[in-house]
Every structure is written in C-alpha cells, then in structure tokens.
Design a protein around this ligand. Structure first.
Ligand SMILES: [Mg+2]
Length: 232
C-alpha cells in the first residue's frame, strides 16, 4: 500500500512563515510590490502560483527570475520557520506517520505543490524525517496537480523497482484539488478538514472519506490498509 500525503493543511500549518516568505521573496526578486489578496494558495503548485502572480503583475519572462526567486524563498522560509520554532503539526500527524512508517507493507510518499527543498524544510521543522517519504511528487514535477500521483508511482518504480497500482494508493489531503488528483489517478482519497475546506466541499469533490483530522490512528489505519468498509 502506498500512502501519499499532502503537506500544508494536512500534515502541518506553516503560518505565519509560509505565504509571507513566498511573497517577500517575489517582491525582492522582482523589485516590485506584489499583491496577493483574494488569491488562494491552498492546493496550488508553487511554480504555478509564482507564474500566476507574475502574470497578475505584468512581469515579462518570469522564467528568467524564477530560480533566484526560488532560492530566496527557501532562505526566507528557513529563517521564518526557525524564528517561530517550526511549523505547527496538525493533530494526529506524528502518530499516524510513525505507525505507517513502521509497517513493512506500507510505503510513504508525498503529493504536494511545494518545491522539494521548502517542503522538506517544513516537514523537518515539525520533527518528522522527510526521508521517510520515498515516493515523492513535488510542485516542480508536473504542470498540474492531477498528474502528481502518477509521478509518485513512477518514481517508486524507477528508484526502487517497486510497482504499486493506483488502486493500492491513497492520497491524504485537505483540498478539493487533492481529492481531484486522487480520482484522476485512480487512487482512493482521504480528506481532512484541517485546511480551509469543510466536510461538504470535500465530499462534493468526491472524497472517499472525510475526517476532522488525523487523530484516530487505529481507525484510519484500518481504512487506509483496506481492513474496513466504506466509512464516514
Ligand atoms: Mg494542502
């Protein structure tokens, strides 16, 4: 079984470090003010959020600036996370990850819009080893979140020679986009309401199961490993 976790809103909350670091890095790199009110970051891919904001501000040839922006964002996020003592882990995450990581029949992975370096930084900041997640798909790995679960499955195959079919993978996330990418890839989805979306929105998106948080370790393990029927 392959369990693919989203990071922001699912494992942790990076605020107040997250979005302001991203925006400040943009301001510094582009030497202009960046307004982002009304733009939702959740569920988006960082390189696409960058491109979208560049387009909003009439930035020409954004790709020329992207690598410098990305480096600066990493520096600022690292400093901001240090200053606030790390991101805030969401309820149950440590116990669930620990339980899953201890099982020989489970592989852990990530499906996230983060850059690899900033995603790893966020995870490490809550005291979880980012190297526990071997099947990774990051925001830089595809042009759409929909394609990310496939990337994670392929990476597992190329790196470790392990074939897992989409039906044996579960995506855990906090947005309708996480649910959508799971459905598109043929994976099951477990949605949590610890981000910005509630039960109704996540269920309407087609989530196989929606829970308040990841606290109920045993019940979640049963469901993730297919030991119980459909639920909540
Ligand atoms: Mg998220």
């Amino acid at each position: 079984m392959l369990i693919l976790l989203d990071i922001d809103g699912t494992m942790l909350l990076a605020r107040p470090a997250g979005v302001p670091s991203f925006i400040q890095a943009m301001c510094e790199t582009l030497e202009q003010e960046i307004r982002y009110e009304g733009r939702r970051f959740s569920g988006g891919l960082d390189p696409l959020i960058w491109r979208g904001l560049c387009a909003d501000h009439g930035v020409e040839r954004p790709h020329v600036h992207h690598d410098r922006f990305r480096r600066r964002y990493g520096e600022l996020l690292g400093a901001a996370l240090d200053a606030q003592g790390g991101a805030s882990p969401l309820p149950g995450v440590h116990r669930l990850v620990e339980a899953l990581a201890g099982r020989s029949d489970v592989t852990l992975g990530l499906v996230t819009g983060n850059y690899p370096e900033t995603g790893r930084m966020k995870i490490a900041s809550i005291g979880i080893d980012p190297d526990l997640f071997v099947a990774t798909a990051w925001g830089v790995d595809a042009a759409s979140r929909r394609l990310l679960p496939r990337v994670a499955l392929d990476r597992l195959r190329f790196r470790f020679g392990r074939h897992v079919s989409p039906g044996d993978a579960v995506v855990i996330g906090d947005t309708p986009k996480d649910v959508d990418c799971a459905r598109y890839a043929g994976c099951r989805s477990l949605a949590v309401t610890t981000g910005l979306f509630g039960h109704d929105e996540l269920r309407a998106a087609g989530a196989d199961r929606v829970v308040d948080d990841l606290e109920e370790t045993d019940a979640l393990l049963d469901w993730l490993l297919g030991r119980s029927g459909a639920g909540g």
